[in-house]
Design a protein. Sequence first.
Lengths: 252, 327
Amino acid sequence: MTLLHLRDLSVSLRNRPVFRDVSLSVEPGQVVGLIGPNGAGKTTLMRAALGLIPAQGNSSLAVMKPRVRARHAAWMPQNHEIAWPVTVEVLVTLGRIPHLGAGQAVGAADRAAVDRALAQMGLEALRHRTATRLSGGEQTRALIARTLAQETPLVLADEPIAGLDPAHQIATMQCFQDIAAQGKSVMVSIHDLGLAVRHCSRLILLAGGRVQADGTPEQVLTPDNLRDHFGISAHFAQTPQGPVFQPLEVVR
Amino acid sequence: MKRLILFLLLAVAVLFTASLVIGPAGAPVGRSLSALFSDDHGPLSMVMREIRLPRALLGLMIGVSLGMAGAGMQGYLRNPLADPGLIGVSGSAALGAVLAIHTGLSAAFVLGLPLAALAGALAGVFLVMALAGPRGGSLTLILAGIAISSLASALSSLVLNLSPNPFAANEIVFWMMGSLADRSMTHVWLALPLMALGWLLLASLPRGLDALTLGEDAAEAMGVNLTRLRLKLVIGTAAAVGAATAVAGAIGFVGLVVPHILRPYVGARPGRLVWASALGGAVMVLASDITVRLILPTQDLKLGVLTALVGAPLFLHLIYKTRRAEA
């Protein structure tokens, strides 16, 4: 079963083409890293795939009814907005909204999902704290937990680990791998290629208005691609501790 | 939450009863209430049924309308400083009323003024919606609301400026202060259907408002239809607050202050705040209306003046708290 299928997806914002003819499929069990330089259209691609902005072409998510889609794919936007001083628990419970019928209260199954999400993000101790008074990184983790509590087969997250400390960056990426191991899939946009290489099963390189490469980290992060699309050189090696990727210098 | 709702319900019941039994007629509580329920064809029954009951009912209805619309507006805009007047309802309703007084329509028949105010409110909101567009973010809605509010208030001033006689100007100024005095059951029946429609629309908002805590993008991805949410909020506010302004004039600060006071007691959840503010608004308007009758019974102290007198310092407190939170 394909969780996300895009065919010839194109988006223009204010008559400026952002990307054209993007076609890809996401199968269960994948952690897909969406990489590319600033302004490549990573956020726009994910929003268009969800149907949040108008696009030409086909997206299997965008054609769903909003309520059905919300049970199929969860979305964590880049701007980490928490408008009101609610507790972490209340914030995470918001992720259950797509599962509640009209007028239906939060039930035992919903509370269990919230507990699982809090545990996955290591937030049990912060459960009753006011979310807006937490540090930026803690807020990010609470928002990731909210996305996980939605318990959808597919999770799309826009730079979820930006602003987290190294331990929580690794823990979050590992959590995404755990989710993938359960037969779900996660698509994250990510700038830290070192973490992407270690934790993503597949990378999609978006640059110059189209998908330049799509495959395993080794297939995507070739010296040519790094030079042409990121303007960097890098050291990329397989070590006993796993793959190690370190950007070295700017080459243009 | 349950305890808060129970407490507010109790407060509404007590204040509603108090509103019924307090007045210049000075009849004992027991006799007043029995005169309300069993028509003795005497003056007391008349006072209770024709004067005090509509006043208490309007206080309750207007409070619910202002509280709900205020909580809805703050939740939608994710801003504790928003109030229902922001989309131009009160301003354009006032313009309608001012025109009715100026043209003599209000003197011609008893519902002339409220109907004109209602027409003004609906026209104003229609313009705001046309300006802001059916889709679009909250910012365009605020800008359109401010534009229409300013235009309506400028036109109201123009009418005042050109007012041929001082009595009309006087009447306009006093009407704009807002009051529940000398209202009849006719006013209740005029306002009730529209307010009920407004309450129904506003009551459908809470889940969407909760989702909006995470921002518009996340809310939409969770299946919330933001276009429909906004439409329900604006039409609901226009109907409820438009009807309130039409029968009672401009009563400020209730929609702003009540959600602000109650927010900590509902864990800051914008959805629950809509329900709590409905009751809280009723408490504030009923209490204020009782107060204006108690402190200056002979001088007809205007309800809107009192809510502003109480509301403004609370507003200052809000600013102070916001500043402290930012520091």
